[in-house]
Design a protein around this ligand. Structure first.
Ligand code: GLN
Length: 294
């Protein structure tokens, strides 16, 4: 049944995003314009990827919303990818990778902290340059922003209180309330209709971030939280009395979302990211945070 859940999730991700992911969508008119541009740009994007020019070659042409800065839209409540550090700054895998990308492009990283639900809208609306938030690549989101190549993976897992009668994914169907983060893939999966492999909107409570979903779980307002595996580990480590169920879900790819109106920036960021993957910098950053969590 676990594999069945994974397959259903894949189906939901592919087919039902339009129905459930409306909160991340652009207003109708700009989205239409962007779609046309996206279609026209696709061959150029493939060509650029094939040729993979060095980031330095494109750095001179890139435009950002503020000269000399690279604004990153994120939700800094998603450890270990982005969180607020003890000194009040921002840290995490995404923050460090974005810093390294900005350095390659001769820019200074600025973290724009907001609800997860707003990160794509912020990029679409020209308020931030990149969306980097443990952001899963989905077909629905691809209509709204361009994505770089993937730099990390995640899976959705279930957190329950120790001693919960929810022991497998199947038990979630027994009239349970599930806490998720607004606009996330966990929300999209869980709120899908039962016929589509979800649990139905009535069985889902959405919270602005993972920490608030966890508080709801601890307060008994929800019976389980569905969230990405690495934040799940961090939340369980930081809160007594919670555990992660043993599950095998579909793998999601995290990538950076960039406005469809800024292909120069997209290519520059993507090339910088590719270099950082190729030279082992991304792996070093991921290992630093994920090994520390385990
Ligand atoms: N990976 C999930 C998504 O993209 C959750 C991301 C997040 O909550 N920051 O929907």
């Amino acid at each position: 049944m676990k594999k069945y859940f994974a397959l259903l999730l894949a189906g939901v991700m592919a087919l039902s995003l339009a129905a459930c992911g409306g909160s991340s969508s652009a207003p109708a008119a700009p989205a239409e314009t962007q779609k046309e541009e996206a279609a026209a740009e696709t061959p150029a994007e493939e060509k650029a990827e094939a040729e993979a020019p060095a980031a330095a070659e494109t750095a001179g042409e890139i435009k950002t919303i503020e000269a000399g800065k690279l604004h990153m839209a994120t939700n800094a409540a998603f450890p270990p990818y982005e969180m607020i550090s003890d000194n009040g700054g921002f840290e995490g895998i995404d923050v460090e990778i974005a810093t390294a990308i900005a350095q390659k492009l001769g820019l200074e990283l600025v973290v724009d902290d907001m609800e997860f639900n707003s990160v794509i809208i912020s990029v679409q609306g020209g308020k931030s340059d990149i969306a980097m938030a443990g952001l899963t690549v989905t077909d629905e989101r691809k209509q709204n922003v361009d994505f770089t190549e993937s730099y990390a993976t995640g899976v959705q897992v279930i957190i329950v209180p120790e001693g919960s009668d929810i022991q497998t994914v199947d038990d979630l169907a027994n009239d349970k309330m599930i806490g998720v983060q607004d606009g996330t893939t966990g929300y999209i999966y869980c709120s899908a209709k039962v016929a589509d492999g979800g649990y139905g909107e009535d069985h889902v409570s959405s919270y602005p971030n993972g920490a608030m979903a966890i508080e709801a779980l601890k307060g008994g307002k929800v019976d389980a939280v569905v969230i990405d595996n690495e934040p799940a580990k961090a939340f369980v480590a930081a809160n007594d009395g919670l555990k992660i169920l043993d599950t095998e879900y579909i793998i999601e790819n995290y990538a950076i979302g960039i406005s469809k109106d800024n292909p120069g920036l997209r290519d520059a960021v993507n090339n910088a990211l590719k270099e950082l993957i190729a030279d082992g910098t991304v792996k070093t950053i991921v290992d630093k945070y994920i090994n520390a969590e385990n």
